[in-house]
Design a protein around this ligand. Sequence first.
Ligand SMILES: Nc1ncnc2c1ncn2[C@@H]1O[C@H](COP(=O)(O)OP(=O)(O)OP(=O)(O)O)[C@@H](O)[C@H]1O
Ligand SMILES: [Mg+2]
Length: 366
Amino acid sequence: MASVAAEHVYKNFGKQEIVKDFTLRIEDHEFLVLVGPSGCGKSTTLRMVAGLEEVTSGDLFIGDRRVNDLPPQDRDVAMVFQNYALYPHMRVYDNLAFPLRMHRKPRAEVDRRVREAARMLGLEELLHRYPRELSGGQRQRVALGRAIVRDPLVYLMDEPLSNLDAKLRVQTRAELKRLHAALRTTTIYVTHDQVEAMTMGDRLVVMNQGVVQQVGAPHDIYRQPANVFVATFIGSPAMNIVRGRLVREGGEVRFAGDGWQLRLPEPYASAFSASGLEEALMGIRPESLVVDAEGAEAQTPGVLEAGVDLTEPLGAETLLHLRVGDDRLVARVGAAATAAAGERVRLRLAPAGVHLFDTATERAVA
Ligand SMILES: Nc1ncnc2c1ncn2[C@@H]1O[C@H](COP(=O)(O)OP(=O)(O)OP(=O)(O)O)[C@@H](O)[C@H]1O
Ligand SMILES: [Mg+2]
């Protein structure tokens, strides 16, 4: 097992900069998730660590060793690919044994490691089958098993669950977490799915257009997104972002959106006021808009009125699509809320989950 470090790593394809100034240290034993939208450079970054893609500039380390010029087979990493392929003419046992045989491991050791990996992944009963005789989920586990048997310094996983249906994804995601808890092998896991990222990672690296946007523990990123991109990428439904003016008048602070105003309650009033901004983007998590059953006065700080455009009942909760003046918001409310399309509802800002961003830089204002 080992740490992995990247220092000012760039990757160009032709004239295009695909990964820009990637600097990060991944600790020994850590499960790090690289998350971002399609095409942001996740696979390219992972492939550079694996040695399948050259680094244009910067340095890569595995443990204390600079690996820029080390061929993939000498890096002692095991990669699970986005589009894995099993050898169709080999039984599960031989698919698992293949990487070990490639490395000329003794027969007894191959057998021991194959059976151990099979036990961990629940494949013991399937060792004699061919890939075509397996379900998608079982095949995926064999692909993971081929990485696990190797006992490498680092696992590199590129969307290893992407071929599974929703239920199996959730199941396999939990299995992978258990596996990591048992093996404790340093893992870099790539996904574009923010739920997978949140649930699996010790830390997340959020990327966009080849640039690291934020690094941190899932809940820290959720609670304190560094910018509008992270704020709207992590969390579903996405954080509401509305543009408006900050009006300080008669000891109160109001946020003036498009055709509506909101008196800000503490602690937001002080925080927004201290920013010194005239114009800002306000971010509100959908769960931070609470339907106010008490029917507080519309002028109370933190209370706003909205028209309901649409409701989406999801079982445990309901999403309300709202119109406030000419702005639109989504609120996530309890299933018991009875608001219906066409009605007006009174909402209250919860004491957390409201953020302020600079309109020009889109960076969070402390
Ligand atoms: N060999 C290549 N030559 C030229 N451009 C490439 C090459 N490989 C990748 N790219 C480009 O680099 C960008 C990043 O690709 P990458 O595969 O790293 O994205 P990703 O974040 O893994 O996306 P996805 O979630 O869709 O897998 C894309 O715009 C892609 O078209
Ligand atoms: Mg990819």
